[in-house]
Design a protein around this ligand. Sequence first.
Ligand SMILES: [Zn+2]
Length: 325
Amino acid sequence: MVAAAAARVSVTLPESVSSGPAADKPSHWANDDGTLFVNPWTSFRQTSLSDLATMMYQVNIRAPPEPISTTAASIPVHTPDFTYSSSSSGKSIPAEQIKATWLGHACFLLELPSTTPGQRGVRLLLDPVFSDRCSPSAWVGPKRFTKVPCQVEDLPEIDCVVISHNHYDHLDIPTLTRLLAHQNASPPHLFMPLNTLYALPSALQQGYNTTQLDWWSSAELAVEGIGRARLSALPSQHFTARGVFDRNKALWASWSVEQLLDGDKDTQGLDTKQVGAKVWFGGDTGYCSVKDGQHSVDPQAPVCPAFKEIGEKFGGFDLGLIPIG
Ligand SMILES: [Zn+2]
């Protein structure tokens, strides 16, 4: 079943992926139609408004943390060299290796290995945020500590964008708008967790080909003349909201990205899939809950079992892009 197709990038979903009501409702669905979600583990503790107020009082008034130095000396910001030119910079990376460039906060430009010498691999942009503030407003709200390492318009051609969840510091509408304008002739495909599309203005909904996936669902991406990859939405312990009235109406996810290689033919003459490089992108996720007033983890606290399940299912990863802080 072809879900979406562009001239350069096409995405295929397995037949088992359906946007309709599930026969057996997954444990992370809070209703029957996949428009409200929960963390189905004892390791998650719901943060109430009073919890948030207590946390804000603790952090801002009672015991504010030491300010973090974000001077250029402590956190240097380098202009990325996307050419990997050995002749000019000595930063050549072999084609068979994964390339990942950290662009601040959770944002990475990920390039999978290439099987053709001298040719790039599939390129993915993860949780791109190039704005100065992560908020509904360009004038108020959390401001980035360090300057952006480059502009959206400096990025090389992107094949797909992956969004972990709809918080403003991970789903940035101005950045997606700039990227669409920059690659207007061949927009990247946009992958998001289930029921995230509503957060996009209509111009972006129409401009991008989008695929929304539930946990443990996969899609295959084929980039003409470049390569193939399998993307899987996987559990994470988090939550979502863009405003006051949409808490957990969109799903949150971590993602696996697997390079797909041409395999042998099976008995029906179809290509079997061989997996090359494997990457896990955490997005935003917790491992267990920390009690009020504590800054260390209780060794008896239950931990989220999803990460062990992910590791067992995928057999480990070559690279993990994991949020800390
Ligand atoms: Zn978040």
